[in-house]
Design a protein around this ligand. Structure first.
Ligand SMILES: Cc1ncc(COP(=O)(O)O)c(C=O)c1O
Length: 348
């Protein structure tokens, strides 16, 4: 049985959250002299002289409606990268505990583990980029506190089979984090719909991809109210700035525009998936459920430099075990994709 208190670091279990000025006074007032702000105003524009709501109440209420969860099941971070870091700090004792990830995958799990002095256990994805569940189970140790699963996976682009994820959720006594940064581009249900079923499930999403808000830094973690309460306790008090909270609330009212944008990106992705295999320099094009495509080419370093000379930057992933020969290409606008295809067609 999963018991959250068994895995939380003892110091985190004991500590109290920082109590901000906004926490200590909740009534209405006209003169605010409690937070050492600049009462004269802001050089950056109206309102920004005041600290933002540390609990992001309005934003969480609206996200809860859209995502069909309770506000108490939502944590907001300064990008989902902040949530990844806080998850380590919540359950992994530096120098003692470990996490397990499944490369080739998103690099920040490893970076964040290293920063937090958390040992890394790596189980390579299978050739078709799925989870070798038995191998993961064999590798779990009493000190393993988190398993990171990225679905759709970056940089391979594919969804992970739900049955493998649920098997790990059932068997593992630590946190299973399913990173759904690219879920809006996939034809799949989010794992947020199964939070009630699995008390050890944490789902990560982000406003950086489909919502087009990478510059504003807003990431989400969905989990049980108990897990979210601990993340909220240990986060920096004002981690989501006022401009981001306001702009995200405005963006959330534009769900139709979001759908249109996703549709266009998926359409462009399908065109790239169709055109790329015909290019002589392309050896293999992997299927994609995301807004990027992994492409195996005959000469990845040569192709990378050649595209760069033409002003086109892609990601060279050819040195990653499992991605030998591969470039990762984000789906661009129609014009950008045509430029890319023409450049690749002319490569020899
Ligand atoms: C799988 C995955 N998770 C998380 C992130 C980070 O997202 P954010 O911009 O919310 O920090 C990325 C960014 O590329 C990603 O690929």
């Amino acid at each position: 049985m999963f018991n959250l208190n068994d895995i939380i670091r003892p110091n985190v279990l004991k500590m109290k959250a920082y109590s901000s000025a906004r926490d200590e006074f909740k009534g209405s007032a006209s003169v605010f002299l409690d937070a050492n702000e600049n009462s004269l105003g802001s050089l950056a524009g109206d309102k920004y002289n005041r600290y933002p709501d540390p609990h992001q109440r309005k934003l969480k209420a609206r996200i809860a409606e859209i995502k069909s969860v309770q506000p108490e099941q939502i944590f907001l971070g300064n990008g989902s990268d902040e949530a990844i870091d806080l998850l380590f700090r919540m359950v992994c004792r530096p120098g003692q505990d470990s996490m397990l990830h499944l490369p080739p995958t998103y690099g920040m799990y490893e970076v964040s583990a290293n920063l937090n002095e958390v040992a890394l256990q790596a189980v390579q994805l299978t050739e078709d980029f799925q989870i070798p569940v038995e191998e993961v189970l064999i590798n779990l140790k009493p000190t393993t506190k988190i398993i990171f699963i990225c679905s759709p996976n970056n940089p391979t682009g594919n969804l992970i089979e739900p049955e493998s994820i649920s098997e790990l959720l059932r068997a593992f006594k630590g946190l299973v984090v399913v990173d759904e940064a690219y879920i809006d581009f996939a034809d799949a249900r989010s794992w947020t719909s199964r939070l009630q079923e699995f008390p050890n499930l944490v789902v990560l999403q982000t406003f950086s991809k489909a919502w087009g808000m990478a510059g504003l830094r807003l990431g989400l973690a969905f989990a049980s109210p108990e897990i979210i309460a601990v993340l909220d306790k240990i986060k920096p008090p004002y981690n989501i700035n006022e401009a981001t909270q306001e702009l995200a609330l405005q963006a959330l009212e534009r769900e139709e525009a979001l759908k249109d944008m996703i549709e266009e990106i998926v359409q462009e992705r399908e065109l790239l998936l169709e055109a790329l295999p015909d290019m002589p320099s392309v050896e293999h094009v992997y299927p994609s459920d995301a807004n990027f495509i992994l492409v195996k080419v005959t000469d990845p370093n040569g192709m990378y430099k050649y595209l760069l000379d033409k002003g086109i930057v892609v990601r060279n992933r050819s040195s990653l075990p499992g991605c030998e020969g591969c470039l990762r290409i984000s789906v661009g606008t129609l014009e950008e994709n045509q430029q890319l295809l023409q450049a690749i067609a002319e490569y020899n």
